[in-house]
Write a protein that binds this ligand. Structure first.
Ligand code: ZN
Length: 218
């Protein structure tokens, strides 16, 4: 069994790469809230374990073995988030921090039972895909609401889940996953108007728009 900290590093490298960012020492230090020196030490250890490849200018990448572990931890995390909202009455802004702790603790048996209990779900409460037990994961959109042209119709696929305050604002605006919106006008690059299916408008800040991922809606 690998330590919590190893699992957190693998998960952080996975998410940085998924966001098309390089998993450099500084990026990992910022993401994990640790010093650059501890990142350097850990990357050396992960390279010895053959979970990570490290090149100074490229940053860290996961080997297939490292990616398998990252996806396993992400599966735990997202199943736990969904279990907390569906079965325990948590709201979607409360589950990320709980899942960050619990993801390391549950057994394979526990994971299987949650999955069965929830009917083998494929997305978590924030719209993120849940990897399968075999480590397959559906692709998810990297296009954010702030990049969409006026007049387009899009469906909200997922919302970045690290910031509870942001999730509460998004829920108050009614912009949860699966909602279809039409893009209205933009005020000098700052705020953006979107229209819901019932014609109601919402004015949203650029910061919120950058954290909402969308796909084209027919
Ligand atoms: Zn989530």
């Amino acid at each position: 069994m690998l330590s919590e900290s190893v699992q957190d590093y693998l998960k952080a490298i996975y998410s940085l790469r998924h966001e098309n960012e390089r998993a450099t020492t500084n990026a990992l230090a910022a993401r994990l809230n640790v010093t650059a020196a501890s990142v350097t030490g850990m990357l050396k250890k992960l390279a010895e374990l053959k979970l990570v490849l490290y090149e100074p200018y490229q940053g860290a990448t996961l080997t297939p073995a490292g990616e398998k572990i990252a996806l396993e931890v992400i599966r735990h995390h997202r199943l736990i988030e969904l279990y907390l909202t569906e079965a325990m009455g948590y709201s979607w802004d409360q589950v990320h921090a709980e899942a960050d702790r619990l993801e390391h603790a549950i057994s394979e048996e526990f994971e299987d039972r949650i999955s069965t209990l929830l009917g083998h779900p494929t997305v978590d409460p924030h719209g993120d895909p849940i990897p399968t037990k075999d480590g397959e994961i559906a692709t998810s959109s990297r296009d954010t609401l702030d990049t969409v042209a006026e007049g387009s119709r899009v469906r909200i696929e997922r919302v970045r889940d690290e910031d509870p305050a942001l999730l509460r604002e998004v829920a108050d605006l009614g912009l949860t996953p699966q909602t279809v919106v039409t893009i209205g006008s933009r005020k000098d690059g700052a705020s953006l108007t979107v229209y819901l299916a019932d014609g109601q408008s919402r004015c949203i800040s650029a910061r919120i728009a950058r954290n909402i991922f969308i796909i084209d809606a027919p």
